[in-house]
Design a protein around this ligand. Structure first.
Ligand SMILES: *Cc1c(COP(=O)(O)O)cnc(C)c1O
Length: 438
């Protein structure tokens, strides 16, 4: 008899390094099976370094898509999770609650703008967006305006891959045009042309103004990524634009949903990107770096007004409840990650990364094949004139010892915040060299 604390007959070890099996049977994000594009097996990760199964080490320039802000295998994160693991890994959230959920909710309410007073936990960013949209619709339903069911979204926005979220992604760059006939038809306005740090003219806001004037009777909310548009184009826009959006929403009595799934927790230089414009959304979506990249968790915060109005409507409850809602391990990871962030000199650190990204990538703007170079906080983007060849460019990066995964025309960096000056300069030097020769 095997001892009960041992996994019986561990056949998995032999299967772990089977990259061929992966290519034939395992789906990856936005990819096909049997693809020619290589995937690399990561054996372990420590700090900012990924170790591949063949022993090569790569400096991570992506923070695993905005998430891994404190780096991999962090001792404090590990210790907190181990402690929680011995109490309980999971428990249902219907009719029950637990310490990590209550404490994390309190912390999130504390660090976000004052009017946001309630927290709905879910498993992923896309679901947090679905929840935000459903909240907005149910809010208007309870306000006896059930016709307010549509959303205004910005072109070049990205909000996730589920149906509601897809409907507010850019209809072209949002990667979902294939599904457009079965998605709810939302209202799209121009991407703000005014850059971050620049003023926003009447022209820049005109498209949104017109949309609100024309459609506000049918609109539940405006949804946007504040300041930084992520996967839809990696664009940084004027804080004045965001201020004007808030004013227009107020003037037309429309809710504002801020999707800070990518920007939250310091990435743009402020704890939340809304702070650049000193505005408060009615509904706020968080995800990605929420757990320091350790586990999947997202949160949708809203105001007392939205929450209690919704409760007074019919059916008087909010119609959503994920199975793994507020998973205790994930909540523990989030609490620990936030403590680590707030306990560090994160503002100066992001400033350090921003300055180094700017100087390190400055020469890229002189290259013939580069259209634009932009940096904000711990995010750097080199926009090419043509789409890059994913297969050859990723391979070139791996051979150079860094992990950078471009998409389309965009080569970008958003490293873990703990990255050293030296590793950061390896990243920018490598990007500069590879962009120049591609
Ligand atoms: C990544 C992202 C999402 C979707 O989050 P998932 O966890 O991938 O579902 C939504 N909005 C923004 C702004 C994102 O960057």
């Amino acid at each position: 008899m095997p001892k009960p604390d041992v996994i019986p007959q561990n056949r998995y070890d032999a299967w772990m390094n089977d990259n061929d099996f992966d290519q034939q049977h395992v789906w990856h994000p936005y990819s096909a099976l049997h693809s020619e594009l290589p995937t690399y097996i990561v054996e372990s990760a420590q700090g900012v370094r990924l170790t591949l199964s063949d022993g090569r080490e790569l400096i991570d320039g992506m923070a695993s898509w905005w998430c891994m802000i404190h780096g991999y295998n962090h001792p404090a994160m590990n210790a907190a999770l181990e402690k929680q693991l011995h109490k309980m890994a999971h428990v249902m959230f219907g009719g029950l609650t637990h310490g990590p959920a209550v404490a994390l909710a309190r912390q999130l309410i504390d660090i976000t703008p004052q009017p946001l007073q309630t927290v709905f936990f879910s498993d992923s960013g896309s679901v947090a967006v679905e929840v935000a949209m459903k909240m907005a619709i149910q809010y208007w339903h309870s306000k006896k305006k059930p016709q307010r069911q549509r959303f205004i979204a910005l072109r070049s926005g990205y909000h996730g891959d589920t149906f509601g979220a897809m409907s507010v992604c850019d209809p072209v760059t949002g990667m979902h045009s294939l599904f457009k006939n079965i998605l709810p038809q939302q209202i799209f306005v121009d991407q703000p042309a005014c850059r971050f740090g620049e003023p926003c003219s009447q022209d820049d806001i005109a498209s949104l103004e017109t949309a609100l004037e024309t459609h506000h009777q049918q609109v539940a909310a405006v949804i946007l990524e504040p300041i930084v548009q992520g996967a839809g184009g990696m664009w940084f826009y004027s804080a004045e634009y965001l201020k004007k959006v808030r004013d227009l929403c107020d003037a037309h009595g429309v809710l504002l949903i801020a999707d800070e799934i990518a920007t939250g927790f310091g990435r743009s230089g402020k704890l939340f990107a809304c702070e650049h414009a000193e505005i408060t959304p009615d509904i706020l979506c968080l995800g990605k770096a929420l757990t320091g990249g350790y586990l999947t968790l997202a949160a949708t915060l809203t105001t007392e007004d939205v929450a209690s109005s919704l409760g007074r409507g019919n059916p008087g409850v909010f119609m959503h409840g994920p199975t793994f809602m507020a998973n205790p391990l994930a909540c523990t990871a989030a609490m620990t990650s936030i403590e680590l962030l707030l306990g560090s000199d994160w503002q100066n650190n992001i400033q350090r990364i921003e300055t180094q990204l700017k100087t390190g990538l400055a020469s890229c703007s002189g290259f013939e094949q580069v259209r634009d170079v932009r940096v904000l906080g711990a995010i750097a983007v080199v926009e090419m004139k043509q789409a890059v060849n994913m297969s050859t460019i990723t391979q070139a990066f791996v051979e150079a010892g860094v992990w950078v995964r471009p998409f389309g025309k965009l080569v970008y960096l958003m490293p873990p915040y703990i990255i050293s000056d030296e590793d950061l300069s390896t990243l920018t030097r490598t990007v500069t060299r590879i962009v120049e020769t591609h």
